[in-house]
Write a protein that binds this ligand. Structure first.
Ligand SMILES: [Zn+2]
Length: 556
């Protein structure tokens, strides 16, 4: 859930415990390292573009850079934090470090103002530094004006741009910046920080609560800290999961188990109750999907890797339920439901008014995912073909393949029945052999387990799933147009049907491609090639589902 509503104590922790030096920055080691070296070698650029989701430390890092450059003792990797410059920059009130919110100052005049002002020498500091947050919100004209400045910046000037959405920034600007991509923070890192905050505040908070926050904030430290803020401000002596649920809208983990158990057993009444309860407690449909996806992902990990996949230590009773549920639903069902949830997410963006109906419809439909096989056959009959949905076929043939003990020999997983109708191109669900090193089976309970994010994936389907998590728009285009995929040396080569220009721009976007190659789980560069043949019709099951949604599949 997004914590955007300022509670009475909003931002207290986020401010109080904001990193003040590079060494305090969490989870962005790659950036800290590069910047430190640049500062030490006095090779600092004049324009940086800091890319990343909200609340992961972009502005904080920009301020640390400013302190490093302007500190009395500087330029230094370790600003003193004592001098006037350090202190002024830290409180956002330095005369030569100008912070601008692109969202509210997006006019060309504002940027013209910068263009003139940037030419004059700094008043006190070594450098005149412009920190522009949400820079993608500037208008086209403003970018033009900015570009002129960036083409020939005076030596004393420095620009630090922060953005959540680099695609909206003109290439001409981007190409003049050094880019740093901030990662979402790992749950373990966030939790460790929250523990420190609680200790510093002398507060007793259950590990389970901190865990839930660390997960619920979706990699954003600022959200995590303000959630903790809110919970501590309203809860009694001991903070519980119930407090978290009522304050931050994070459903208790058991609720997801109840939901999925009901789905596995196809119990519509229970499913609808869960939706009702969640919305009544103040969450939105979107929150529901986000949290459900997280819970499904856990179950999928258990189905694939066995109970060792439970990096987080759930309460014993919940642990048993999770393992049982993962076994019962199995890999194929879980993947199928996850896929439907992703689809639902993009659907809901298009029609927010129908969000609840879409949500309920999808859950009820997903509850029958185990019956897809029959549904597909039925459809096949009605369309005069004997198509078998590959997902369901695999699920039907060997549900045990998803059970933990069977995953050791993942290469022996059943290959889905081939569609007999030649015209049908299934979505790529064939479980390719999983290489042993790709599975973090040993997850010591006592220490923080390595998150799956650090594992390089070498299986096309696994790569596409990760892509769906982290680059949903791109993933949707790939899924829709997928012909084949392969690993060539360490290159991910994906062949797609010919794309519309808009989609083509997306898959050929150099920034996106660069970013893909750098992802920790990506084996290397990604290349998209195009099939020259004509497009064959889609999976009839998916088509029929889309029809039921009342339209065609849209381009995001
Ligand atoms: Zn200083």
């Amino acid at each position: 859930m997004q914590v955007s509503e300022p509670a009475p104590t909003y931002r207290v922790f986020a401010r109080k415990y904001r990193p003040r030096t590079f060494s305090e920055v969490i989870g962005q080691e790659h950036i800290v390292h590069a910047l430190s070296r640049a500062i030490e070698r006095q090779r600092v650029g004049q324009a940086y573009l800091l890319i990343g989701p909200r609340g992961v430390g972009k502005t904080t890092t920009a301020r640390i850079i400013a302190k490093s450059m302007n500190c009395e003792q500087g330029p230094t990797v370790e600003p003193c934090l004592q001098c006037a410059m350090c202190r002024d920059i830290e409180r956002g009130g330095d005369i030569d470090v100008i912070e601008i919110d692109g969202a509210s100052n997006n006019g060309v005049d504002d940027v013209r103002g910068i263009r003139d002002a940037v030419q004059t020498q700094p008043i006190r500091d070594r450098r005149k530094i412009y920190i522009i947050d949400e820079v993608q919100r500037l208008s086209g004209q403003a970018f033009d004006a900015l570009l002129k400045t960036l083409e020939e910046p005076p030596e004393h000037a420095m620009f630090l741009f922060a953005t959540t959405d680099p695609h909206k920034i003109p290439d001409t600007i981007v190409s003049r910046c050094q880019m740093f991509e901030f990662r979402r923070l790992r749950e373990v890192d966030i939790q460790a920080k929250l523990v420190r905050v609680c200790e510093a505040e002398g507060m007793q908070v259950d590990a389970e609560v901190l865990q839930a926050i660390s997960r619920g904030c979706r990699g954003g430290m600022r959200d995590a800290e303000s959630m903790l803020d809110q919970v501590l401000a309203t809860a009694g002596e001991k903070v519980t999961l119930d407090d978290l649920e009522s304050v931050a809208g994070l459903a208790r983990p058991e609720r997801w188990l109840t939901l999925f158990e009901a789905m596995a057993a196809d119990q519509p009444a229970v499913i609808l109750q869960q939706v009702e309860g969640f919305l009544e407690r103040g969450g939105t449909e979107r929150d529901f999907v986000e949290q459900a996806v997280d819970a499904l992902r856990d179950l999928l990990h258990v189905a694939l890797l066995g109970e060792d996949a439970l990096g987080v230590e759930p309460a014993p009773e919940r642990r048993t339920r999770m393992i049982e549920l993962a076994r019962q639903m199995g890999r194929d069902n879980l993947e199928g439901v996850l896929g439907m949830m992703f689809h639902l997410e993009s659907r809901m963006q298009k029609s927010p008014l129908g969000a609840r109906a879409l949500l309920e419809w999808t859950l009820l439909r997903a509850a029958r995912v185990g019956h897809f096989f029959d549904l597909a056959q039925l459809l096949g009959k009605s369309q005069g073909s004997d198509y078998q949905a590959p997902v369901a076929a695999a699920a039907k043939v060997a549900p045990a393949a998803a059970a933990p003990q069977a995953t050791q020999s993942a290469s022996a997983a059943p290959v889905p029945a081939k569609p007999k109708a030649a015209a049908v191109v299934p979505v790529p669900v064939a479980p390719a052999p999983v290489e042993p090193q790709a599975t973090p089976v040993q997850a010591p309970a006592a220490t923080a387990p390595a998150p799956p994010s650090s594992v390089v994936l070498r299986d096309i389907e696994a790569l596409l799933q990760r892509l769906e998590n982290e680059r949903p728009t791109l993933a949707a285009v790939v899924r829709r147009n997928f012909v084949s995929g392969a690993l060539e040396d360490n290159n991910v080569v994906i062949t797609l049907y010919p794309l519309e220009q808009r989609d083509r721009n997306l898959v050929e976007d150099p920034i996106e491609l660069k970013a893909l190659a750098r992802l920790a789980w990506s084996p290397g560069p990604w290349r998209f090639t195009f099939d020259t043949g004509t497009r064959v019709e889609q999976d009839p099951v998916v088509d029929s589902l889309l029809e039921s949604f009342g339209g065609q599949e849209e381009t995001p």
